[in-house]
Design a protein. Structure first.
Length: 213
């Protein structure tokens, strides 16, 4: 078996993309607006989980620069190395969120920006539920996805072969609700990544809160 075949598919893709991914998505105003929404509501020194932290920019960098304690999780060794060098004030860990135990109520907020798309629907549901449990009561979550009704569809993303699974917008909102999150705001955008092999993508951002039980 080839080495790549033993690794998570997302690790193979994002090891190959590296900084090209950051450059392609750096101009996303909707992503920046989402981070501003979160920053406006976080108490000083909040503990924030960044799922699929990539190169560390813009998410971890923005949050750490505002004084928050950020733990970034990613399956790509290349991305974790880039993030640790680019955002030394945050902590980054090479791990698969599907397998990582998270203590209940251990974070004030969590970001899940486009990091679910190479998981099955069952895995996406389990990850969002696990992230929701990891929030303290009243904690905040930002979830972002490409809101299309797709299941195990093979395609090409920025020149890399990918297998994508996603939910239509309404189903993704229901997934968040079933995980115990209240959706406070729902933002839609169409974004064109700055890459010759990229195509315009619909983006959905859900701004959520874990309600006290």
């Amino acid at each position: 078996m080839a080495e790549d075949d033993r690794r998570a598919p997302a690790a193979v893709v994002f090891d190959a993309l590296g900084l090209d991914y950051e450059k392609a998505f750096a101009s996303s105003e909707a992503h920046q607006a989402s981070l501003r929404w979160l920053l406006e509501r976080l108490a000083p020194g909040s503990r924030v989980l960044d799922v699929g932290s990539g190169t560390g920019r813009p998410t971890a960098q923005t949050l750490a620069a505002a004084g928050h304690r950020v733990l970034g999780i990613d399956v790509s060794p290349v991305m974790v190395d880039l993030a640790a060098r680019q955002v030394p004030e945050a902590e980054f860990r090479l791990a698969d969120i599907r397998e990582l135990p998270l203590a209940e109520g251990s974070f004030d907020a969590a970001c899940v920006y486009f990091s679910l798309l190479q998981m099955t629907r069952a895995e996406q549901s389990a990850v969002v539920s696990g992230v929701a449990r990891a929030l303290r009561p009243g904690g905040l979550a930002v979830l972002a996805t490409v809101p299309l009704d797709l299941e195990a569809v093979d395609g090409v993303f920025m020149g890399q072969p990918v297998r994508v699974t996603s939910f239509a917008a309404g189903d993704f909102v229901r997934l968040a609700a079933q995980a115990g999150l209240t959706v406070l705001a729902e933002e839609h955008a169409l974004f064109s990544p700055a890459h010759p092999d990229a195509v315009p993508e619909p983006h959905l951002f859900l701004h959520c809160r874990r309600e006290p039980t």
